[in-house]
Design a protein around this ligand. Sequence first.
Ligand code: AMP
Ligand code: GLY
Length: 424
Amino acid sequence: MNVLLLGSGGREFTFAWKLSQSPLLTSLYIAPGNAGTTAFGQNVSIDINDFESVGSFVQAKNIEIVIVGPEEPLVRGIVDYFQAMPALSAVKVFGPAKKGARLEGSKEFAKIFMTNNNIPTAAFASFTREQSEYAHAFIDQIKNRIVLKADGLAAGKGVIIPKTKEEAHEAIDEILVNNKFGESGKVLVIEDFMEGIELSVFVLTDGVHYKILPAAKDYKRIGENDTGPNTGGMGAVSPIPHADPEFMKKVEERIIIPTIKGLRDDNISYKGFIFFGLMRVGEDPYVIEYNVRMGDPETQVVFARLQSDLLALTCATMDNELGKAEIHVNDNTAVTVVLVSGGYPGNYEKGKPISGLSNETDGIYIHAGTAFDQEKIVTSGGRVLACTAWDKNLEAATQKAYSMADKVEFDNAYYRRDIGFDLR
Ligand code: AMP
Ligand code: GLY
């Protein structure tokens, strides 16, 4: 079958790598892809948020399934667009329609959904631009530490954790009055700060059945020991000790099952991944956020352990047959260390030649922000490569991932040297 994969990061490289192993695959196209994805299929330069162009390409190439990597096309309604077009409605688009994508597209919607379905999450209140005075008054009368969030998509930058009341007041004005996050900050969500350990849990669902993938930990801050600004993710590990079977049973019963049931109760048909960003507080799981796609860089380590056919799983999802499918995952530990351009997540330069990439056994250089400049592979983004390795245990996998990271060179490369060390 002919497949079109949308996206260009490390997550999409990982999808392309796994899809290319499927006997069901005829041709794989990646829009827009990166230098690395050309090893698995043909890159096509289409704007993935221009649904008309995506639709024309799908018709021209007889694409049977479109797999959407990032959230933005889903939140903008790519699934709804295809369903509404007679010429495209038979094409399978993997991912939720607009209504379901609101789980990620609107934090207020997600909080209300969780409250309605008794899903554990931090207590919250939300305020519109017209209600900024109430937001100020609200934080004056509470004692708890709080977190402020822009309601809409903000590329991972819409969360502020103020250290003092003054900072919190300033943040309210930044979001609601000065429009720091534009339209995404039309509504402000204020919630209780939760103290605990984070984890990422991934579920594949056809709306009725579901399969739980291995949990992973993402390292979000730029600096070692979790310091400095948030990034898209500087590394990841799977499996993780804090997702033990007893804890995961609570996650399934209190969070996963009520989420899927809640979507059905609201008549929201949902096919795709649900990414539960969780906080383990003591022995109990709480939802920090939902995402309607796989994580990046968590996909790199989760799929490195996946032994099942990813294309068969996506087809089973689209055909409501996930109940009959099985997901096989090996017992390895997978670790990924992300090499970034110096300056990221702030300003950084692009176009730096990359050297030292090699073929590895038990490891793979996952391209994220790479492009071709003539024949040369050069940097083209903040997160450039995810050096991903697997082995029988965490120590061995970590060592391998770091030896891979050490071998690669580009001007001003940076990576954290403590990925996985807290889990040893
Ligand atoms: P989000 O974009 O909602 O995942 O938030 C980004 C990061 O902010 C999370 O990964 C957490 O580290 C942190 N965070 C968000 N909400 C909370 C909360 N209620 N309590 C503690 N930390 C939080
Ligand atoms: N690694 C976090 C995310 O994909 O949002």
